[in-house]
Design a protein around this ligand. Structure first.
Ligand SMILES: C[S@@+](CC[C@H](N)C(=O)[O-])C[C@H]1O[C@@H](n2cnc3c(N)ncnc32)[C@H](O)[C@@H]1O
Length: 273
């Protein structure tokens, strides 16, 4: 079996494991988690921004533009098609809608994103909450300029700062500028060590309302280990795993640590109690 096939199998197995233990809104007793599920998973409203962001995605997918991309694994630059980057790196539309609803419902005053890429996640977060101060970090300069034009096209570049450079140099200055991020979306380097390191770097700046959003936690055994570490972390008081995105809260008001895996009720329509 090739590396790609075994990675795909791993994800399928993780989905089955997630699905078999996941609950729906009908089995949730925590009022906060119930309201979160209603707002983020069960809300079917279609906002104009969804259509506009997906139109921008389609334009990039149909583009023949090639850009120089800095690979953070090897440190080398290589020429890549914008369409391929959009297909492989950007948040999906369902993830984007969740990000939009999280930014809308949780109403953070400050948002920090690690990994802008071409700006799909940035646009969904920004469109969901036009008032928050937002900083998004990206290491690759040419990718940042694509993201910047996309934010301009959507008309949401105001109050959104895109910072270019390795997280290792940009993360602490961004945290100091925001003072205390209410929402941190960690979607940069999908390996255990950096994921845990970025989380721990942000923790001293976090406040009781801060939510950490992780992408692709079920992507690889390493990312599963990162998620276990985060769930067990003494400052984490509540986790909500929605498979495509996974949330960690540190609010001490959630006195008894709880972990939820949740699917929309239609995915387990027979479970009404
Ligand atoms: C998965 S993409 C981000 C997708 C985006 N958040 C979205 O929702 O559409 C990850 C991005 O993180 C950037 N990245 C990875 N490691 C980095 C590092 N150490 N410093 C800066 N950028 C990095 C990559 O260049 C890539 O564009």
């Amino acid at each position: 079996m090739s590396g790609i096939q075994s990675a795909a199998w791993f994800r399928v197995r993780q989905w089955i494991r997630f699905y078999s233990t996941a609950v729906t809104r009908y089995q949730i007793h925590s009022p906060f988690v119930f309201r979160l599920t209603e707002a983020v998973l069960e809300d079917k409203r279609f906002f104009q921004a969804f259509g506009e962001i997906e139109r921008i995605r389609r334009e990039m997918l149909g583009s023949s533009l090639e850009i120089d991309v800095t690979d953070f694994g090897t440190g080398r630059n290589r020429r890549r098609k914008l369409a391929e980057i959009t297909r492989n790196a950007a948040s999906s539309s369902s993830q984007g809608r969740m990000l939009f609803r999280l930014a809308d419902w949780l109403a953070p005053r400050t948002i920090l994103e690690l990994g802008t890429s071409v700006g799909i996640g940035t646009m969904y977060l920004r469109a969901g909450n036009l008032l928050a101060s937002m900083i998004s970090l990206e290491g690759c300069p040419q990718t940042v300029s694509v993201a910047r034009s996309n934010l301009d096209l959507l008309g949401v570049s105001r109050r959104t700062e895109l910072v270019t450079g390795p997280f290792e140099d940009t993360l602490i200055p961004a945290l100091e500028k925001l003072v205390s991020p209410d929402m941190v979306y960690i979607d940069g380097n999908h390996r255990k060590k950096p994921t845990v390191q970025y989380f721990e770097t942000c923790l001293p700046y976090a406040n009781d309302c801060t939510v950490f959003i992780f992408d692709d936690i079920h992507w690889s055994p390493e990312m599963e280990e990162a998620w276990s570490f985060i769930k067990d972390h003494p400052r984490v008081t509540l986790t909500v795993d929605l498979f495509d995105v996974s949330l960690a809260f540190i609010n001490p008001d959630f006195r008894e640590k709880q972990h939820f895996s949740i699917v929309p009720a239609r995915r387990k329509f027979w479970r009404l109690m």
